[in-house]
Design a protein around this ligand. Structure first.
Ligand code: BES
Ligand code: MN
Ligand code: ZN
Length: 490
């Protein structure tokens, strides 16, 4: 599919389907639209009246246009109130248009939407992102594709001539989101620590990034007892992935992005029971997927920022070699951990990854993890939890997420709750009481970062959509990639 900026006047554009945005309560046709309606023998006015179309955000109506016209069908899409038009509304509207157009067997689509905030570049980027994210299909695990209908081949962004660079930027970001979606959606017998490391290697080879994969023995030498404790029951080798993007000029900032990379989480000997969603636990590498997706996008964008992409990848399994509940592990910073619950494994793997990143002398570290069910209880499925002691990093991430259209919400790191992690035998336990479970998880992580400004995003909710939801579709969302890219570029 090709997306093209286009200056063809509305009245002259030729193709299968023309989509036009109309603001709420301003659906009377004037100017070009009145002229277009005249060409179509008044069919638009009729359609608006018949469907009682008021222009509510994301509402769509469509009609076939009489023979002899340059277009076959017209879609009218509601924009809501002009003052309420946000960048992400544009992205969502574009997604809604793309889905209707696809259903209507469109091959060539023209989209005419107003420019948001006098910013044609941001508008073009949002439309290019929204349409592509909405049209994403994943048939890798089907023997035959179910969708035999025609695919959209070209999308013309009318009135956005000259915005090639914005469309290229959208394509780079979308390629990262698609990689993250594919990694999360793939089952645990397809995405393993080995294949995750291979994916990182492929990004390094394709885009000229540096890569270092630490094997079990390397991790042993670094004293990564927490990560290796989680890995010890699996028949698959753990892989500690460290991918580095370095700009050609001097870096103006140095950052790390760390992703939880549990390719399957059975819970370990504290095994996940019936109704726990154990069969969905292939998604437990959603943080690593966002990290690699961001790496793929950043590698193409090439900003003046050095970025380290890190994941301690493994499975959490059971076997005769499994951690016993109650075992004491020693992390690579020397801190000892009583594993009172083997299902709180993500924070153990992150502990050693954070210590590793902290030693790199960076300006900031962000980790993303499908860390706690408690965060889903607190914020629901659409919103990630943001935890950080650093107000500056918090506001950078909040801004990055806002323009990405990804929802994050800061939760408090209440120091007093660390009491819940006190251990009689070791420096700390890995699990506290049920109340405030995502807060104690973040306080646990904080023990492994010394100086570097750091933030943690708990993405257990938004990593996956059960039902179709805007441009996120259903299934793996690729959550985090767009926020991370914006953050690195900020
Ligand atoms: N991977 C899970 C968290 C999770 C739950 C992710 C639901 C996505 C959806 C994590 O490893 C886990 O098992 N957390 C436990 C922690 C508890 C034992 C303290 C949880 O949330 O129940
Ligand atoms: Mn777990
Ligand atoms: Zn987990």
């Amino acid at each position: 599919m090709t997306i093209r900026p286009n200056e063809t006047p509305l009245l002259e554009w030729a193709g299968d389907t023309l989509a036009i945005g109309l603001f709420e309560d301003a659906v009377e046709l004037t100017g070009d639209l009145a002229a277009l309606d005249e060409k179509f023998a008044g069919i638009l006015k009729e359609l608006i009246a018949e469907e009682e179309f008021t222009g509510k955000t994301n509402s769509t109506i469509f009609t076939r246009v009489g023979a002899g016209n340059l277009v076959r069908k017209v879609i009218l899409v509601g924009l809501g109130k002009p003052e309420a038009l946000k960048l992400d509304t544009v992205r969502r509207i574009a997604a809604a248009v793309a889905k209707v157009a696809k259903k209507q067997k469109t091959k060539t689509l023209g989209i005419s939407l107003p420019v948001w905030n006098n910013d044609p570049a941001a508008t073009a980027q949002a439309i290019a992102e929204g349409t592509q994210l909405a049209l994403y299909q994943d048939t890798r695990f089907k023997s035959e594709p179910e969708d035999k209908g025609p695919q959209i081949e070209t999308i013309d962004l009318l009135g956005l001539g000259g915005q090639e660079a914005a469309i290229t930027r959208a394509n780079q970001i979308v390629s990262g989101v698609f990689l993250a979606r594919q990694l999360v959606a793939a089952p645990a017998n397809a995405v393993t620590p080995i294949t995750l490391a291979e994916t990182a290697q492929a990004i390094a080879t394709d885009y000229g990034l540096q890569i270092e994969i630490l094997e079990r023995e390397d991790c042993e030498k670094l004293g990564m007892g927490a990560f290796l404790g989680v890995a010890q029951a699996s028949d698959l080798p753990p892989k500690f992935i460290h991918l580095t993007y370095k700009p050609e000029t001097t870096a103006k900032r140095k950052l790390a992005i760390i992703g939880k990379g549990l390719t399957f989480d059975s819970g370990g000997l504290n095994i996940k029971g019936a109704g726990s969603g154990i069969e969905t636990m292939k998604i437990d590498m959603g943080g690593a997927a966002a990290t690699l997706g961001a790496a793929k996008a950043i590698a193409q964008i090439k900003p003046d920022v050095e970025v380290h992409f890190i994941s301690a990848a493994t499975e959490n399994m059971i076997s005769g070699r499994a951690m016993h509940p109650g075992d004491v592990l020693t992390a690579s910073n020397g801190k000892t951990i009583e594993v009172n619950n083997t299902d709180a494994e993500g924070r153990l793997t992150l502990a050693d990854a954070l210590v590793f990143a902290d030693k790199l002398g960076l300006d900031a570290i962000v980790d993303l993890a499908t860390l706690t069910g408690a965060c889903v209880v607190a914020l629901g499925n659409d919103i990630a939890g943001l935890f950080t002691p650093d107000d500056a990093v918090a506001s950078q991430l909040e801004k990055a997420a806002e323009s990405a259209g990804e929802k994050i919400w800061r939760l408090p790191m209440e120091d007093k709750y660390f009491e819940g992690l006190k251990s009689g035998i070791a420096d700390m336990k890995n699990t506290g009481p049920r109340p405030g479970g995502s807060i104690t998880a973040s306080l646990f992580l904080k023990q492994f970062v010394k100086e570097t400004p750091w933030a943690h995003l708990d993405i257990a909710g938004p990593v996956w959509e059960d039902k179709e939801n805007g441009y996120n579709g259903s299934g793996a969302t690729g959550f985090g990639v767009r926020t991370l890219v914006n953050w690195v570029l900020s």
